[in-house]
Design a binder for this molecule. Sequence first.
Ligand code: MN
Length: 335
Amino acid sequence: MPAVSVDDLSILPRVPVPDAMVARHRPVKTLTTAPSGFEGEGFPVRRAFAGAALEDLDPFIHLDQMGEVEYAPGEPKGTPWHPHRGFETVTYMLDGVFEHGDSNGGGGVITNGDTQWMTAGAGILHIERPPEWLVASGGLFHGFQLWVNLPAAQKMAAPRYQDIRASQVALLSSHDGGTLVRVIAGEVAGHAGPGSTYTPMTLLHLTLAPGTSITLPWRADYNALGYVLAGRGTVGHEGRPARMGQLAAFGPGNAITFTADRAQEQRAPTMDVLVLGGRPIREPIAWMGPFVMNTRDEIYQAISDYQAGRMGQIPAVHAAPTTLQEANQPDGGQA
Ligand code: MN
C-alpha cells in the first residue's frame, strides 16, 4: 500500500492528544461489514456503506473500495461511459493507475496516493478505467471512490475537477509517532489538506503501526465515519474490534480513536483507516443510479436531460477502427 509513505514520522507535525478535560469520545454507534461485488465491466468492489443508516452517512452517500486486486495481463476492468448529476465523486488511488475521460474533453491519470475530485453538479458523462498499458501488463489495483452529496442550492453547479497529487497531501503524525495521518481534504488540529469542497468535510487516510493508537480531535458538528481499508484493530475509545472491510459510524462527541492490533497479517502489516466526516446536509434524497437529487421529479428531469444529450455526448475516439474486421484484431486495428 504505497499511497504516500514516510520513513521517519518524527519529522512531521504532531496531532496533539485531545485534552482529557474537554474530550468527549464519540462512541461507535454502528459497525457494518461491506459486502463484496463487481462494478461496471467487472472490477471487484466492497460497498463500504451498505447497512449503515443514511442519516449517519450524511453528507456522504456512497463509498466503494476498489480492489485490492492483483490483475493478470489483459484482465483490468473499468466502467463504460455513464452520467452523473447532483453530487461529487472523490477517487483516491492507493496502488495502481486509474484513467478518466469526460464528455467535456477533460480527463487525467491518477496513481499511487493521488486523488481526483469531480463535481458532477448539473451533469457530465465520464468513463473510468485502468490505462491500456496496465490492462496489457496486469498489476496491483487498489483505491476507493466516495460520493459526497451536494445541497439543493449547488446540485446544478457547473462541473469541475481538482487533481490532487500525492505530494500535496498534508502529512502529520500521532503524538507518539506511530500513526501517519494524510489529510486529503479539510483539516486536523489546524493542519489543512488540499481538497476544496462545496460541502464542508474532512477526509483522512491513517496508517497505524502494529500496537499503536491515535485519538483525533473531530468537529462536533461533523458526522464521523471510519472505514478499515486494511489490517485489524479496534475503533472507538471503547475498543470495538474491527477489521478490513468494516465501517464504524460514530455517535456525538469531539474525539475519535483508532487502535491497531499488535499482530497483523503479513500481507497487510499495518492497519489503514479512511476517516471521514462532514457537515450533514439534512435534505430529502431522491436517488436513482448515477443521479442524486432532492425530489423524484428532479430524477425524471435528470433522466430526460441525459437521454436528450444535455449532459454531453460520448466523444469520438481518435483513430478508432473503421471495419468490424479491424476492430476484432487484438490490437484494435491500430497497428
Ligand atoms: Mn462515475
